[in-house]
Write a protein that binds this ligand. Structure first.
Ligand code: S3P
Length: 188
């Protein structure tokens, strides 16, 4: 099946084949995504990781050389491509939803699951992280709050399903998501 066959497939079956995880840094998209893919028997990809594998450099280096705008272009292109793959759970970077084209692709091609996390949790889970350029600041809490002000409405409006992640076990979240996907005919 070519990407254009997938594009023209009926909406129901097209959406059934993919789950896209959105949410802020530190919400657990990769951890939950990997476990969910294994539960569903789907492949798992992380858009940040694919960008790093393809470019051969890490994300901080891309930000340094091309700025955030350059990174966003790469991110949008990679998600456009990956979001057509069948039987896939895709974890997207926290800012991926800023791009209107990306929002359109995710909404049209699969089920969008928003992993909601408090700023407290985001802070806890990203503390000490040196590979997130947006958090290399004196005031990571302020930065995370600022990002959520802009992004939370985008996450919310794009989500088919929202899952609260604070203090919840990964296995429980995976079961809740799987139950919802089955109940809503998104997987069989
Ligand atoms: C970013 C989130 C990161 C990565 C980049 C920018 C953001 O991904 O894409 O550092 O804008 O929130 P994670 O959400 O996987 O940490």
């Amino acid at each position: 099946m070519t990407p254009s066959d997938l594009e023209s497939a009926p909406r129901g079956s097209e959406r059934a084949a993919r789950v896209f995880l959105i949410g802020p840094m530190g919400s657990g998209k990769s951890t939950v995504g990997r476990a969910l893919a294994s539960r569903l028997g789907f492949d798992f990809l992380d858009s940040d990781k694919v960008i790093e594998d393809r470019t051969g450099v890490d994300i901080p280096y891309i930000f340094e050389r091309e700025g955030e705008a350059g990174f966003r272009q790469r991110e949008a292109r990679i998600i456009e491509e990956l979001s057509m793959l069948p039987r896939l759970v895709l974890a997207t970077g926290g800012g991926a939803i800023l791009d209107a084209g990306t929002r359109q692709h995710l909404a049209a091609r699969g089920t969008v699951v928003y992993l909601e996390a408090t700023v407290e949790q985001q802070l806890r889970r990203t503390r000490g992280s040196t590979h997130r350029p947006l958090l290399q600041t004196e005031d990571p809490r302020g930065r995370l709050e600022q990002l959520m002000t802009v992004r939370a409405p985008l996450y919310q409006s794009l989500a088919d399903l929202t899952v609260r992640t604070s203090r919840r076990k990964v296995a429980c979240m995976v079961e809740d998501i799987t139950t919802w996907l089955l109940a809503n005919g998104r997987v069989s």
